[in-house]
Design a binder for this molecule. Structure first.
Ligand SMILES: [Zn+2]
Length: 224
């Protein structure tokens, strides 16, 4: 029983944002996910990253987001309908390359291995310490460490993306659209100096992401 509690609590405290985004796909009238074969998108991914996807899944969520799940050899890219409908070419390019970067850099696999290792340590810990409050603390600590590790993956995926983008301005515009769509999460997402944000949210703060894109634009101007 306590093992299930630790798995559940640690997973939710780590992946709360993804779970929230999946929840926004639940719509009684629409199918949660449909499979599309948008040639433009699939070609962009292949020419820029070398990743050949047969299809992309589109979730009925009206919030803008993209996600890469699956393990090596089995990539599943999911885009939300909200993003698919409202992002222009260079903004979509940012999301496509960023999500492809997660797959090519094997982020899900690395995070899964790390998570399982932490769980095993957590299980050893709770089998020796019979204090329920300590089990909860162990679960939350596992979740918070996974968040920090996930953020490292975010930086890596963004760096991968910036090197390959045709128009890095797309990253700035996309980030502004994300910021606008998730205003209600500002307390954790917006301020890069916010300790709470760094602690519980795995994403890169918006203003930092915009600065990184601006630096790439400047670098390209200088090299031309
Ligand atoms: Zn990401």
């Amino acid at each position: 029983m306590e093992y299930i509690l630790v798995v559940f609590l640690s997973y939710v405290s780590w992946q709360w944002m993804s779970l929230y985004l999946f929840a926004t796909s639940i719509n009684k009238r629409k199918k949660a996910v449909k499979i599309i074969k948008d040639k433009n998108l699939l070609d962009t991914i292949f020419t820029k990253t070398g990743l050949r996807l047969a299809s992309i899944r589109v979730s009925s969520s009206l919030k803008p987001w993209g996600m890469m799940i699956g393990l090596p050899r089995y990539p599943y890219m999911i885009l939300s309908q909200g993003m698919y409908d409202s992002f222009d070419k260079s903004e979509v390019e940012y999301v496509l390359l960023h999500e492809s970067g997660h797959y090519i850099l094997a982020h899900s696999a690395k995070l899964a291995i790390l998570y399982i290792s932490f769980l095993i340590m957590g299980f050893i810990f709770i089998s020796t310490i019979q204090i329920p409050l300590m089990w909860i603390a162990a679960a939350l600590i596992i979740g918070l460490i996974q968040i920090q590790m996930s953020r490292l993956c975010e930086y890596e995926a963004d760096a991968f993306t910036l090197q390959r983008m045709t128009n890095p301005k797309g990253m700035i515009m996309a980030t502004k659209k994300f910021a606008n769509a998730y205003k209600h999460f500002d307390v954790v997402r917006h301020d890069e100096d916010a300790f709470l944000g760094r602690l519980i949210y795995m994403g890169i703060p918006y203003n930092e992401r915009i600065r990184n894109a601006e630096a790439e634009i400047k670098k390209r101007l200088k090299n031309n």
